[in-house]
Ligand binder design. Structure first.
Ligand code: HSE
Length: 432
């Protein structure tokens, strides 16, 4: 069989991991998998990485055109990140009829249709397993292992930075900013950590997964994203007292009326929920298939070798496709579909809520709070008032029975008009 030659653009953390796996397992791919695949060129703007990595006989340079103009290369691995140069790399490679493998979630979530159209026009494919969940094979599981299922729901902890921060805040009572610095130092956080803590990174991943599940393109902009910056020490203490933990969850649910509920926000999870024990930088994806029932994937969602593992699985898939003469073995129709997928507005969701008020400690406050809930037909499951703060305000926590988000918002908007409210009210959705 003719050699299948790959070029790598970006030999940073994940790219470096890919170089290492090629070096370590190239012989195995050749002999055991009968795939004569070889990394023949590596491009990075930092020449220093070529000294540090086992590049073997790959030709190393700083110019992407060296890969583009090499007609013997049929697979381009894009690991530069961002959506500007990376997009150029991907589109140029596709237009030269090279298959593309990328870990770039922002690129797929924001420019998927353009990229997959270019792939189709050129008869080549785009694989992006590493864009969601790092080392966990979530996309492959949905597209292949679970193909006999309609995926009814996905609940996922898929941002290691947020999970690391929340875990340490819970376990050690640490302040948000201090833990964020540590997460950055450990390399979990994005270059711009606002994408992590603001929920955008999880939003990109939810946009990709929901597009695959719903069978049509769901742009990132349509995903409701709320991050973890408003989760306070108070919330953590209250959650602990009530038997809950707080996690940033990506949620996708296919509703009965063919809309998709796709959102990202902190949730209260009971401590015995299967996702509650997913700690530190670990990620998990809990899928519910209509045939299989629940399936849980758990693993490292980021980092050098975990993410490189997912990239290599794509490399092998593409190489197998090439070897079998079916480069588009698994079509990406959802990115080419004209079908409009309707997203459920967050005001339309229903569920249970944790609402934390900081209010003046004076007669009539509790009765007004409960009256406003009553006016919106919200049933209260439990109510706790904690001891006075130094400024004589008190924390009142209400857990509701199932209510609509619209009603919760209406009640809080009315309550926040009152003089007795001392601080912005905190709302965290409860996921059972
Ligand atoms: N910044 C991401 C995280 C890693 O913290 O999980 C890559 O998606």
């Amino acid at each position: 069989m003719q050699e299948i030659r790959a070029g790598l653009v970006g030999a940073g953390t994940v790219g470096g991991g890919v170089v290492k796996i090629f070096s370590k397992k190239g012989g195995y791919f050749n002999t055991e998998l009968a795939l004569p695949i070889r990394l023949v060129r590596i491009v990075d703007k930092d020449r220093g990485c070529f000294e540090r990595l086992p590049v073997n006989d790959a030709v190393c340079s700083t110019d992407f055109n060296d890969i583009l103009s090499d007609d013997t290369i049929s697979i381009v691995i894009e690991l530069v990140g961002g959506t500007t140069f990376a997009k150029k790399v991907v589109l140029d490679a596709l237009n030269r009829k090279k298959h593309v493998i990328t870990a770039n979630k922002a690129l797929i979530a924001e420019h998927g249709p353009e990229i997959f159209e270019a792939a189709q026009n050129n008869g080549v494919s785009v694989y992006f397993e590493a864009s969601v969940g790092g080392g966990m094979p979530v996309i492959k599981s949905i597209r292949e292992g679970l193909v006999g299922n309609a995926i009814k729901s996905v609940k996922t902890i898929i941002n290691g930075t947020c999970n690391y921060i929340l875990t340490r805040m819970f376990a050690e009572g640490l302040a948000f900013d201090d833990v964020l610095k540590e997460a950055q130092a450990r390399g979990y956080a994005e270059a711009d950590p606002t994408l992590d803590i603001g929920g955008g990174d999880t939003g990109h991943k939810v946009a990709i997964l929901s597009s695959i599940i719903a069978g049509g393109y769901i742009p990132y902009e349509k995903i409701f994203c709320e991050g973890i910056t408003s989760v306070s020490k108070d919330d953590i203490e209250c959650a602990q007292e009530l038997g809950y933990t707080i996690k940033l969850l990506g949620i996708i649910k296919q509703t009965d009326n063919h809309t998709v509920d796709a959102r990202v926000h902190p949730v209260m999870l009971r401590t015995d929920h299967i996702l509650a024990s997913v700690s530190y930088e670990f990620n998990a994806v809990l899928l519910e298939g209509d045939s299989v029932g629940p399936v849980l994937l758990y693993g490292k969602g980021a980092g050098e070798m975990a993410t490189a593992s997912a990239v290599m699985s794509d490399v092998i898939d593409v190489a197998r496709n090439i070897a079998s003469g079916h480069p588009e073995r698994i079509p990406m129709d959802y990115y080419r579909s004209q079908r409009e997928i309707e997203i459920l507005a967050v005001e339309e969701i229903t569920g249970r809520y944790y609402v934390r008020f900081t209010v003046a400690d004076q007669p009539g406050v509790l009765s007004d709070l409960t009256e406003q809930f009553c006016k919106q037909s919200i049933s209260i499951a439990s109510l706790v008032q904690r001891e006075q703060h130094e400024d004589e305000s008190v924390t009142v926590i209400i857990l509701t029975h199932s209510s609509s988000e619209r009603s919760i918002r209406a009640a809080i908007a009315e309550i926040e008009k009152a003089d007795y409210v001392c601080k912005k009210t905190q709302v965290i959705r409860i996921e059972d």
